[in-house]
Write a protein that binds this ligand. Structure first.
Ligand SMILES: Cc1cc2nc3c(=O)[nH]c(=O)nc-3n(C[C@H](O)[C@H](O)[C@H](O)COP(=O)(O)OP(=O)(O)OC[C@H]3O[C@@H](n4cnc5c(N)ncnc54)[C@H](O)[C@@H]3O)c2cc1C
Length: 245
């Protein structure tokens, strides 16, 4: 990705696409490698991310769960000997989609790895992942049935970890983006202002709102809430106000 001072419309020229603005929503650490002048983005490389194995399981029995709700997460304090599969949690997907499935049954998702797999070079394969997930469900929920379908996916570096100093680093990236790209290059997504879906949707809304309404500033970066060491949220343009949180 190369930035020029030329006024650009979305068009292809010399085999390259030119855009007036770019909003990047990929992982910050990867983004830092894609940009030709990475000075202002180098701090993004310091945000590490954990790898999670996601095991989606379908049982024919619609009443296999002993309890209902979102599911559960396993705190870090659970020691390895009580969590040899290195599980992070179980989501009861059927409970989130009641009345929406075409056939009766129970869907669950077992998440494995995360912090347990920091510095791991080789990850379990699909067969091992399915076996570990079934062992978790047997021990926690007493589920002994054979599933009708299992899908195992390894999501490498999928959840960024905000370590001490994250806000300071994001402020530096914010000023770098503003100064080097004058508002033409902005970021949103889980590497910056929160990893939850709601955070990501909010970030997307804000960065697009910044393009449309400008919020009184042209050199918006998507990381404006870090400026001055204060996290702020932007109110709608009709009642422009910064609210400290
Ligand atoms: C297992 C798991 C469970 C989770 N559970 C919850 C939950 O219960 N509640 C919750 O709120 N959040 C949850 N999260 C977090 C949340 O889902 C994510 O943080 C969020 O979806 C990230 O959104 P994003 O748009 O930043 O990134 P993504 O959704 O990862 O989107 C980034 C996109 O960029 C694409 N991409 C990457 N590199 C390039 C490239 N070089 N060129 C072009 N495209 C590229 C990718 O293919 C991807 O489509 C969970 C995350 C995981 C992994």
């Amino acid at each position: 990705m190369e930035f020029t001072t030329r006024d650009a419309r979305s068009r292809k020229s010399n085999g390259l696409w030119e855009f007036s603005h770019v909003i990047a929503t990929i992982a910050g650490s990867k983004l830092a490698d894609l940009v030709q002048n990475p000075r202002s983005l180098s701090h993004l490389k310091q945000t590490s991310a954990v790898t999670v194995m996601v095991v989606n399981i379908f049982y024919a029995n619609p009443s296999i769960l002993p309890v209902h709700g979102f599911g559960y997460l396993l705190p870090r304090t659970i020691p390895f000997d009580q969590n040899p599969e290195q599980a992070l949690g179980v989501v009861f997907d059927s409970d989130a989609s009641i009345g929406q499935d075409a056939i009766p049954g129970t869907k669950v998702t077992v998440m494995l790895g995360g912090h347990w797999w920091d510095n791991l070079q080789r990850f379990p394969d699909e067969v091992q992942g399915a076996r570990m997930a079934k062992a978790v469900l047997k021990r926690h929920l007493n589920i002994d049935d054979e599933p009708q379908a299992v899908s195992v996916g390894l999501q490498k570096d999928c959840i960024p970890q905000y370590s001490v100093g994250h806000d300071d680093r994001m402020e530096k990236v914010h000023f770098g983006l503003k100064n080097d790209f004058s508002g033409r290059f902005r970021v949103a997504g889980s590497s910056y202002t929160g990893v939850g879906l709601n955070d990501c949707v909010r970030a997307a809304r804000d960065v697009v709102g910044g393009l449309i309404y400008r919020y009184g500033r042209d050199r918006y970066s998507g990381l404006d809430s870090f400026e001055g060491g204060r996290r702020m949220v932007w109110a709608p343009p009709e009642g422009l106000k910064a609210v400290e949180i």
